[in-house]
Ligand binder design. Structure first.
Ligand SMILES: [Zn+2]
Length: 441
């Protein structure tokens, strides 16, 4: 029985899927205006590990993670680089795919882009206006927060606190709102900006509405899990809940999951402090699989401390596991002892995907293997556990096709595979590689 720490209830809850054996999850993806930093990568790896564990437990997972390709930051970057916002988005979507492929992240079931959902967004906003949850003001449309039931419960805030906090605001945008806490669903275009026609004039959607629309359009009104970094609890996820539930009258997501921050040498990573590392730069000196292993084996909710020593330790540990995996069979395996490791692994991971405890079991198993308990069944079980953490060892190049694939990938595709699983691994590699090319899906 998998238990999930649900941010909404602030409690460990048994996971009960909407549909037996299936998981519908939506994870907020990057705003594609720059290379992703190690904080984004941690989130991507954390939810990829969670998805992989669901699959390990036999669930079929519909995993949706968007690209926010319409946003102020993209518009600004386009002006700086002298290219169109769409070109900025395409460039950094390609970079994202390349970076996360190096980290052994499986492609999502679907990576929707905002531009594909513009009509759905406009319809969604219209419906909110019809229902009295939103209003137009000088070409903008705002969500009427006071009408929302339990607003900001996710972030443990009250409307009164928020109103108090916003009461001093006097800027131009606030002047267009009925209440300073209201948030934009649609923004009128400023001159020269990219825009779409709408019933309220040319403009573009606000960030929060984009995820509400992509999630409900692709996965339905209610999903099992909605996830993202802890910094998204408020306002992003809070506003997603308010507008989605206002429109559908149903619970938006049954479980809310948030991953912790990344510290660099014990200091919170931030642009202003200058301790900001992109994955693109990190991969110049670090192996993608080592970085993956470092992220994947910490509990996803805890802060993670990125230090050279921690990464070097991950490298040493990974090497030990690889050597263990590659050694010759000894035979002499007690099936019950093997089963005990599998059970212990499941018990650890079922408890809110506790990867730190899960990896401890993997190391105990490695020790057991190294003391002369190794055969094909053990190897398979060991590989299955490692795969949950995105670690797949290749023993040799299997055929020309894979050799070609690796050559074509040029760099940084994890080059480590299982002989017994040629087919699935080939598919995985193929998927990873085709996703290096940006495309509308
Ligand atoms: Zn989102």
């Amino acid at each position: 029985m998998i238990k999930i720490y649900d941010t909404m209830s602030r409690d460990l809850r048994e996971f009960v899927p909407i549909e037996d054996g299936k998981v519908k999850m939506y994870v907020c993806g990057p705003t594609v205006y720059n290379y992703i930093h190690v904080g984004n990568a941690r989130s991507t790896v954390a939810f990829d590990t969670i998805r992989r564990y669901f699959e390990y437990r036999g669930y079929e997972v519909a995993y949706i993670s968007n690209f926010t390709d319409v946003d102020d930051k993209i518009i600004n970057r386009a002006k700086e680089e002298g290219i169109t916002p769409q070109e900025v988005a395409d460039k950094y979507i390609a970079a994202f795919r390349e970076d996360v492929t190096a980290l052994g992240v499986k492609p999502a079931t679907r990576h929707p882009r905002v531009v594909e959902f513009m009509i759905d967004i406009i319809r969604f906003v219209e419906e909110l206006i019809e229902k009295g949850f939103a209003y137009e003001s000088q070409g903008d449309v705002y969500f009427r927060v006071e009408k929302s039931h339990n607003y900001a419960k996710l972030a443990n805030k009250t409307l009164e606190d928020l109103e108090l906090g916003a009461s001093g605001r006097t800027d131009e945008e606030t002047a267009r709102k009925e209440n300073p806490v209201d948030f934009a669903l649609w923004k009128a275009a400023k001159s020269g900006e990219i825009s779409w026609d709408s019933p309220w004039g040319p403009g573009r959607p606000g960030w929060h509405i984009e995820c509400s629309v992509m999630s409900t359009e692709i996965l339905g009104d209610t999903i099992d899990i909605h996830g993202g970094g802890a910094d998204l609890e408020f306002p992003h996820h809070t506003n997603e809940i308010a507008q989605s539930e206002a429109k559908t009258g149903k619970t938006f997501a049954n479980y809310w999951m948030h991953n912790g921050f990344v510290n660099i040498d014990n200091v919170k990573m931030s642009k202003s402090l200058g301790n900001f590392i992109t994955v693109h730069d990190a991969l110049k000196t670090l192996d993608g699989q080592v970085l993956r292993f470092f992220f994947a084996t910490q509990h996803y909710r805890k802060p993670i401390n990125f230090t050279e020593k921690a990464v070097r330790d991950a490298e040493t540990n990974l090497k030990y596991l690889k050597n263990t995996y590659e050694q010759p069979f000894t035979g002499n395996v007690d099936a019950q002892e093997l089963q005990a490791f599998k059970d212990k692994f499941v018990a650890a991971m079922d408890e809110d995907f506790n990867a730190a405890n899960g990896i401890t079991v993997v190391f105990e198993m490695a020790k057991w293997i190294n003391s002369g308990n190794y055969d094909a069944s053990v190897k398979q079980a060991f590989a299955d556990m490692l795969e949950v953490f995105g670690i797949v060892f290749i023993e040799e190049v299997l055929d020309v096709e894979i050799e070609d694939l690796i050559q074509n990938a040029k760099k940084r595709v994890p080059v480590v595979i299982l002989r017994q699983r040629t087919k699935s691994v080939t598919n995985w590699l193929l998927k990873g590689l085709s996703s290096l090319t940006p495309k509308m899906e």
